[in-house]
Write a protein that binds this ligand. Structure first.
Ligand code: HPA
Length: 250
């Protein structure tokens, strides 16, 4: 993400990341576009020498559930503000045994199980129908930067993984997680889609930075509690912020 100083890097913060410390804030703007009102204001600032635009996916304070986020308004607002490289930060459940609480994953693939979300810019009065290529949903060069910095920082992380996007807001059943595992999913999260596809439709370089906040349903003997999730957020978000800062600021 270096060498893009003049173009702002966009960061969409998820659960546990509603603001970015270390960001020297230079402004805030409320935006609306043809798709509606984004989840939060766009906060502009500098991370090192790099211009950054930050948006809180669930609003600030956290009030919009995953299935009611206006993903189109969010992605369009960042695009309109000049963002061409976009990092989506996602709290997820770990399905793969190596992906336990506070582990970081930079996924390379996804499977979409969500339904009923407005997931494309290509609808309404169109001149022609567009089918974007989505073979590789995450941008490889942006992924490489995150991976290099995660290695340098010595973080507990995985450089690959399949993100399974679920509808929420409830967590999954154990059988749903077993099915996802059979499908090849390593992670379960509620906000990865349609964000990734919308960014791709606008030709943006999109990457997801996932923090595992619990083992997915059925992967441990106990129920998943919000207190456990909060503890993993507290444990892991410091590393996520450091990784973001070092990757973006160069
Ligand atoms: N499933 C789906 N989304 C999540 C989870 C989970 O277990 N944990 C955090 N986000």
């Amino acid at each position: 993400m270096q060498n893009l100083v003049e173009q702002p890097v966009g960061i969409i913060g998820g659960t546990g990341l509603m603001a970015l410390e270390g960001l020297q804030i230079t402004g805030e703007r409320s935006t609306a576009n043809a798709w509606g009102i984004p989840s939060s204001v766009l906060t502009s600032g500098l991370l090192g020498q790099q211009n950054v635009l930050f948006l809180a996916r669930h609003g600030n304070p956290h009030r919009i559930p995953p299935h009611q986020i206006n993903y189109r308004a969010n992605v369009q607002a960042l695009f309109d503000a000049g963002v061409r490289t976009l990092v989506g930060v996602n709290a997820v459940g770990g399905i793969h045994p190596d992906m336990g609480p506070a582990h970081i994953v930079i996924p390379d693939q996804l499977i979409d199980y969500t339904w009923g979300r407005s997931g494309t810019f290509f609808e309404g009065e169109l001149d022609n129908v567009t089918h974007i290529d989505f073979t590789w949903p995450y941008n490889e060069s942006a992924r490489a930067i995150l991976i290099e910095q995660a290695e340098r920082l010595g973080l507990s992380f995985s450089s690959h993984g399949v993100y399974g996007a679920t509808q929420g807001p409830r967590l999954e059943t154990a059988a749903e997680v077993r099915r996802m595992e059979r499908d090849g999913c390593d992670l379960a999260g509620m906000t990865g889609m349609p964000e990734a596809a919308l960014a791709a439709e606008l030709g943006m370089r999109y990457v997801s930075l996932c923090l595992v906040v619990n083992y997915a349903a059925g992967k441990t003997d106990t129920a998943i509690t919000m207190a456990d999730i909060q503890r993993a957020i507290d444990d892991g978000m410091v590393a996520v912020k450091t990784l973001l800062k070092d990757s973006v600021a160069g």
